[in-house]
Design a protein around this ligand. Structure first.
Ligand code: ZN
Length: 209
């Protein structure tokens, strides 16, 4: 007895209950929900490529002010001091806190910037129809980075340290902090604008041709 191989190409699994259903055909802005648990199975986002390109470019433009401009100014006993993100990393290295300096660089700069660059590259390739099998691997690796975004943890860290400092000294918020928060928001927004299902479809169609 031979068993027919089952094709799962037109099936989609519910991210919440793993229930399999047929992949729905959606228009831009439409959502499909799971029949079993009611969770969102798939969503067709509006204008995903152009919006992702815009958000990624905006985030990358904020990179320079976020690293070079002062984050917070502190004035206490008549003295005023301010430091940028690069100054913070340099001070940590100078004081032999190498592990903290490396972690700070990876989580605050490297990961958001790599995500923005990767999203920009993927959207640009899809827009200009430059689809190669290597891009499929690249997009798969991009998903791995999602678990490394620590936006909420860092924003919380900044809020807690500011709250503690307010009691000791007078604080002034630098333009660097504003740019840095906007950069992290752009890095997170990329997940909202980037339509994974749409990109996978484009990659599959592009590789088949
Ligand atoms: Zn479900």
């Amino acid at each position: 007895m031979s068993v027919e191989p089952v094709s799962y190409d037109h099936m989609i699994a519910c991210p919440q209950c793993d229930g399999l259903s047929t992949k729905p055909l959606l228009m831009e802005g439409q959502k499909a929900v799971c029949k079993r648990c009611g969770g969102k199975v798939m969503e067709r986002k509006r204008d995903p490529i152009r919006r992702t390109l815009a958000v990624a470019l905006a985030g990358l433009l904020l990179l320079l002010p976020a690293t070079v401009l002062p984050l917070i100014g502190v004035s206490a006993v008549g003295l005023f001091n301010q430091a940028s993100l690069l100054d913070c990393i340099a001070i940590l290295i100078a004081n032999d806190y190498h592990l903290i300096a490396v972690s700070l660089t990876i989580f605050t700069l490297a990961v958001p910037v790599i995500r923005l660059l990767a999203a920009l590259y993927i959207s640009w390739c899809i827009r200009t129809k430059r689809i190669t099998p290597a891009l499929v691997h690249f997009f798969r690796s991009y998903h791995q980075l999602d678990s490394w975004t620590m936006l909420h943890v860092f924003l919380l860290g900044i809020m807690v340290s500011m709250y503690k400092l307010v009691a000791l000294a007078e604080l002034s918020i630098g333009l660097g902090l504003v740019a840095f928060i906007l950069l992290l928001i752009c890095s997170t927004l990329v997940s909202v604008t980037l339509d994974k299902h749409y990109i996978w479809e484009q990659l599959e169609n592009g590789c088949e041709q």
